[in-house]
Design a protein around this ligand. Sequence first.
Ligand code: SF4
Ligand code: SF4
Ligand code: SF4
Length: 306
Amino acid sequence: MFIVYGQHILCFVPPESGSIAISMPYEQEITMARPLWFVALLKKTFPNRRMIALMTRVPLLGRLVDKMVFENDDIIYLPKDSVVQKTIPIQKSVQRPVETVLPSQIVEHFIKKANYHWIMNFCICRSASKCKDYPIEYGCLFLGEASLMINPQLGRRVTKEEALDYVRRCREAGLVHLIGRNKLDSMWLGAQPGNKLLTVCNCCPCCCLWKILPDLTPGIGRKITSMSGVHVKVTDRCEGCGTCTQGSCFVNAISLVDDRAVISKECRGCGRCVEVCPNKAIELTIDDPEYFEDSVRRITAAVNVE
Ligand code: SF4
Ligand code: SF4
Ligand code: SF4
């Protein structure tokens, strides 16, 4: 991870690399695609991400990091379609049947709207963690004009159709979408301005950077939210087997209390735990019939992809 400080970007690397911080001119970097050595350096910081996240709980440092790395961010975790299809209640009050709109259609909406589509050759989180369970080659999709500034050695520009096919394949591989404005991506990729770069992540529960959410200062953590109207609850069918607590939740929001699963406020409504429960004891419901419009409104206010 890195922090912008004054005119420099500070890169924190593990002690075994022989140094704790390296800096380079920031002004120069924001006008250039990031070189590959910079990306390699970022991967080396990955094992330190929890420690860096915990540092944001120091009040002054937290405010500085928030301003420099997360300013204007608004990121939404989209639940898996397969989970929503099973549990969404029928909203009789709306004209359009809500069960016909799936969370993945929010991603598709922006792909169709965008004029620029960029697919990364790899997922930096899975690559840095040497992920064995999910494909490393399925990286983020970026939309918007700023994506043209990404180093061409890191990915490729694609058509709308290719982008639509790509996100479908990511979902089939079990990855979960996260969508929104993410200043960190705009910085590490040198893709400016931030309001012209929309991040569509395809995340796994094991390696994703956002596993640090419970460690971040709450002021930053609340910028990564569940989709509007999403509720996840444990029902009386829970028998306390503990399966849902064994790695399905990227933010460790599930624990066993008195032989029953309990979900904490860290939940971001991804729906992975719903899938793993052998008793179908966890339910994900969406009680906001306007969740599609609300998500589109929020993202459109944060990023222009045209
Ligand atoms: S945030 Fe998700 S898709 Fe993006 S690099 Fe990390 S795991 Fe990969
Ligand atoms: S996997 Fe299902 S039954 Fe087992 S503890 Fe979790 S909610 Fe309960
Ligand atoms: S408890 Fe965890 S796995 Fe379950 S929906 Fe919430 S964030 Fe996802």
